[in-house]
Design a protein around this ligand. Sequence first.
Ligand code: GDP
Ligand code: MG
Length: 391
Amino acid sequence: SKTAYVRTKPHLNIGTMGHVDHGKTTLTAAITKVLAGRGTGTFVPFDRIDRAPEEAARGITINIAHVEYETDTRHYAHVDMPGHADYVKNMVTGAAQLDGAILVVSALDGIMPQTAEHVLLARQVGVDHIVVALNKADGAGDEELVDLVELEVRDLLTAQGYAGDAVPVVRVSGLRALEGDPRWTASIEALLDAVDTYVPMPERYLDAPFLMPVENVLTITGRGTVVTGAVERGTLRVGDRVAVLGADGVETVVTGLETFGRPMEQAQAGDNVAVLLRGVPRDAVRRGHVVAAPGSVTPERRFTARVYVLAGREGGRTTPIATGYRPQFYIRTADVPGEIDLGAAAVVRPGETAELRVELGREVPLEPGLGFAVREGGRTVGAGTVVSVGP
Ligand code: GDP
Ligand code: MG
């Protein structure tokens, strides 16, 4: 049978972000290769990251690939997302729950539109620490050009409120490290050291009532329905009672707990877990629902929020929004339509922040401080924070 997960080191969630083709997936594979060489990880090849096996086998959309590994001091879950839309969905909503991020920038191409957008989104969802991997350094003949790219990245980070001068920028080659080249293997080690030292251990709310947004739902033949996600707060053990919010608040019992395919005794805030639920039909629960300690949260439809409306150059709208505007709200893993009410204000223009009222099309668990994204026609047009909940 499978070996149990034993918690020996602090656990953090990190992920690669950056423009398409700058080498996020190659770098992710290279990190696992280098750490497998050290004996603290399992090598995950490129095509297993880029196309998670569950996707083909189970016919569900897994738009977020997790790998796990350990450095000398920490255990990491690392997410790599295949496309730009997946970043918006998983990162902006906080579903990815990143404690830190590796911004991958091709040293050959420099900052591209998605580089800038991911930094903006990271800032808005509270990813406070970014480490830069200046990738494809193997192909950059001209050091001065790479110096310029580095400056450009530091400026971008500073402009978005990061400590651009202090952020570690490490020149790496994911591709060469993956091929086993010693020089570039050392560059990946240097990158991991930077992540270990620069990204601090976040505060975990272990004493709070358990809450986990549902990212995916699977059926394990003979065992039942499994929900997966990142634990937002609290702890969970086999035998605990939970409510599935969104599914008429159905209450059930946890009959199994796993992380990365290994059974675990206790899941806690920050962990990526699979939770086996007793007697819950497969179609009664879906992405966007929330599994929580019974009675600890009440779903609501109405709330007051502070919303930043993205400017046109940030990929947002070019025209203002007004009362009656009905976009989609991405809250945790949920995607819900809703209508806004600006009160006395006539309009909010792109690039402005406003306090407004929202009425959602269905109830979801809400609380002050919770972040969300506002989307329209498949793009992000705003980023918000819940101020207060209720009518
Ligand atoms: P992603 O879209 O950001 O995940 O990028 P991929 O990891 O899929 O890489 C895109 C392309 O860049 C592929 O053809 C890779 O082989 C290539 N690539 C990735 N990393 C490096 C690198 O360090 N050096 C060079 N020369 N090419 C790389
Ligand atoms: Mg990729």
